[in-house]
Design a protein around this ligand. Structure first.
Ligand code: GLA
Length: 394
């Protein structure tokens, strides 16, 4: 896939901009193995960067303007911007990620001696829960850093990406996506404690198993408002607990403490939301340990337990994700399955014995198509390093 996409961005760039690209860049997407909706609750997440990603061919523009083209968007595929227009507010199209990152990392007084031509193409499905937004933020951040020689560290690019989401786009997302992509490493999952930002790499040793990504292909709507609603519900539960307990986040609680103090919450919906946040945090730490100690059956069970909690307590799945996960779990040779990312559509993952993958896909596809009325899409998850400039000789 890589070679094909490099060729695509090269020939696309040449046709669009009538010159050869000077640089190539890549940014991965991410899956989260476990630890969902915990990153804004002071809990643990356990994601990894995947090879499904976005490629860019880049060079200086002939004028001083910025010409952005994406083969992945049918509408507004070419966007031309002057230096001044980079300071504009969001327009609700993909160039927002570029303008947002420029505003975050390019000092106002820095004179840009040249503009840029950027041609993008990739195999990361947009808006499918694999973090195409953070991939674009970190891709543009890396392009800007390298082409204008900015002295900015990786951790600041990661934080800049989150600020683009939170301040420029107005989405109250946590740090997981930018961190998973920015810090991604081949064959490693990252256990991040979002309370203190401490992290540790865990080798993703799955023996004879692989991770299959299952895309519902469901058009995602209302995600932002539902996401923000879950955040609010967790905050309300936290405030109620804080009347008696000196905690900063739900991630500070053990399961037993949570159980002892649920009477303070005393609201069936808020108890479910908070229970998910508390249990999911503990589950994530246990899952990382299980992976490290090669207890793959246990690792799979915890992944499935996370899925159950997201379906019944956090209620962020829906019939498309439920169909994929429930069908997957019935197939012998599947160690675990759950949704990944924000939910409400998007993707699920399954830990599957490698030699049954073709029949696994066929079985899940048949049930999904019959029940939902259109097909799902399947990819094998391979891990990779974070955003980077590529050495390409063409
Ligand atoms: C989205 C957000 C993340 C995280 C997940 C749910 O991907 O961007 O910060 O909250 O949802 O775990």
């Amino acid at each position: 896939m890589t070679k094909k996409l490099i060729e695509q961005v090269t020939s696309g760039y040449q046709t669009k901009f009538q010159q050869k690209p000077q640089h190539y860049f890549f940014s991965p997407g991410r899956i989260n193995l476990i630890g969902e909706h915990t990153d804004y609750n002071g809990g643990a997440v356990f994601p990894c960067a995947v090879t499904l990603g976005i490629y860019a061919a880049v060079g200086p523009s002939k004028d001083t303007n910025f010409h952005l083209y994406s083969a992945n968007y049918q509408e507004k595929s070419l966007i031309n911007l002057s230096r001044n227009e980079l300071n504009r507010p969001k327009q609700k199209n993909w160039s927002d990620y570029f303008c947002g990152m420029v505003q975050e990392i390019i000092p106002q007084n820095l004179e840009l001696k040249f503009g840029l031509n950027i041609y993008l193409a990739g195999d990361l499905p947009p808006a499918a829960g694999l973090s195409s937004s953070a991939a674009l933020e970190l891709l543009f951040g890396t392009i800007l850093k390298n082409t204008y020689n900015l002295s900015i560290e990786k951790k600041d690019l990661i934080l800049a990406g989150q600020r683009v989401e939170n301040n420029y786009l107005g989405l109250k997302t946590g740090i997981m996506d930018q961190f998973a992509i920015g810090m991604g490493k081949q064959n490693q999952a990252i256990l991040l404690n979002t309370n203190n930002m401490q992290y540790e790499y865990f080798p993703l040793e799955l023996e004879n198993n692989v991770i299959v990504i299952m895309n519902t292909n469901k058009p995602r709507t209302l995600i932002d408002s539902k996401y923000n609603e879950r955040r609010k519900e967790c905050n309300s539960a936290l405030h109620k607990l804080q009347k008696e307990l000196s905690i900063n986040s739900l991630g500070d609680l053990t399961k037993d403490q949570f159980d002892e103090y649920t009477y303070l919450i005393n609201d069936s919906i808020l108890i479910k939301r908070a229970r998910h946040a508390v249990f999911e945090n503990q589950r994530t730490i246990l899952a990382a340990k299980a992976l490290k100690t090669h207890q793959l059956a246990k690792f799979g069970h915890l992944i499935s337990a996370s899925g159950i909690s997201l379906a019944y307590d956090y209620e962020v799945t829906g019939k498309e994700l439920d169909t994929l996960v429930q069908t997957a779990l019935k197939i012998p040779g599947v160690l675990g399955s759950r949704m990944t990312g924000a939910g409400f559509g998007g993707c699920a993952i399954a830990l599957v014995e490698e030699n049954i993958v073709p029949s696994f896909i066929e079985q899940v596809q048949t049930v999904y198509n019959k029940k939902i009325g259109y097909p799902a899409k399947f990819y094998l998850a391979k891990t990779t390093d974070g955003p980077r400039e590529l050495k390409v000789t063409i």
